[in-house]
Design a protein around this ligand. Structure first.
Ligand SMILES: *Cc1c(COP(=O)(O)O)cnc(C)c1O
Length: 339
């Protein structure tokens, strides 16, 4: 048995999900004729109380389309230095939108209204025009950390005051919603655009959605075509996404409990210098010298447990749909025996 904690993207469709995919009604979505995609887009938009949604192959694409729709070349985007939109989308902000980035030094991926306010460029021809603030919740590099909703609201107020667009990279927003007892509607009211991923904790094989106002999503449809993301009978994938939204949200609580259990076990070991606070499904810990993260990952691999070294001294484990209670128990046993 391989226990794979490398990412919550490694999940395989469940039987129920496969059945939903196999029986999906499909059509040509570029013509707007795929009933399963239309159903998913409506479901997701309604969940968040937003006007419209568009289904895309990846979260990178939904973020990049969002950024492209909100900006003009030469504009500047404000985000945390560890943001996925900046770190892991291949330089897409510059490549796709010709925009520059003002990186803020947040707390485990979370920035504040004060930091945002202080970094908006004045209306001066020497300076890039600040046009967009992008948040990430939960924060991936932050180890699944969640914003306080009130801080996101304060940032939203700063955006409104300065006429900046407000985007959420909500690849793991479900984890935040479940962990903090929030609602999707709260998010829909606050942000101009939201990117959500179906292929992370929710366990779908492919797919993300960008949510926003009708005109915004109309513009997004054009950009999606330009980016090569217009798909045809992709309703088979959308059906998996709809199934995930209907069946896999509340169960994220189990992932969070499992993550805490593993973190507790790790925190008692002398080879662990520190476990970062575990708020959702991601565990990041620092190994004590002279052991390196890569060496520790290798030791786990010998026991059929897969993890990821994200820095010289940092190991990341991500809990997800395909990690069972038995696997968590087994992992804790292995960790307890390690020296
Ligand atoms: C995974 C992820 C994305 C999107 O990634 P894709 O692999 O392109 O779907 C975006 N933002 C965050 C924070 C992520 O973790």
């Amino acid at each position: 048995m391989i226990i794979d904690f490398r990412s919550d993207t490694v999940t395989k469709p469940t039987e129920g999900m496969l059945a939903a995919m196999a029986t999906a009604k499909v059509g040509d979505d570029v013509f707007g004729e795929d009933p399963s995609i239309n159903e998913l887009e409506t479901l997701a938009a309604n969940m968040f109380g937003m006007e419209s949604a568009i289904f895309c192959p990846s979260g990178t694409m939904t973020n990049q389309i969002g950024i492209k729709c909100h900006t003009q070349p030469g504009d500047e985007i404000i985000c945390d230095e560890s943001s996925h939109v900046y770190q892991y989308e291949g330089g897409g902000i510059a490549f796709n939108s010709g925009a520059s980035v003002k990186l803020l030094h947040g707390d485990r991926g979370r920035i504040t209204a004060d930091l945002v306010k202080a970094s908006i460029n004045p209306d001066d021809p020497h300076r890039a025009r600040t046009s967009l603030v992008s948040l990430e919740n939960t924060s991936n590099r932050g180890g699944g950390s969640c914003y306080e909703f009130s801080e996101m609201q304060r940032i939203g107020e700063v955006c409104r005051e300065h006429k900046l667009a407000f985007h959420l990279d909500g690849a793991r927003v479900w984890n935040a919603i479940v962990a903090k007892d929030e609602t999707t509607k709260q998010y829909g009211e606050l942000f101009d655009s939201i990117s959500i991923c179906l292929s992370k904790g929710l366990g779908a094989p492919v797919g993300s959605l960008l949510l926003g106002k009708k005109d915004f999503i109309r513009k997004a449809r054009r950009i999606r075509k330009v980016f090569g993301g217009g798909m045809r009978q992709a309703g088979f994938l959308a059906a998996a996404g709809t199934y995930a939204l209907q069946n896999h949200i509340q169960r994220l609580k189990e992932d969070h409990a499992h993550a805490r259990q593993i973190a507790d076990t790790l925190s008692k070991k002398s080879f662990v210098k520190q476990v970062l606070p575990v708020e959702t499904n991601i565990i990041i810990f620092e190994v004590a010298a002279p052991l390196t993260a890569a060496q520790y990952v290798e030791k786990l691999k010998e026991k059929n447990i897969l993890a990821y070294a994200i820095a010289v001294d940092r190991v990341r484990l991500v809990v997800h749909l395909d990690i069972s209670k038995e696997m968590v128990t087994k992992t804790c046993e292995v960790v307890e025996k390690m020296n």
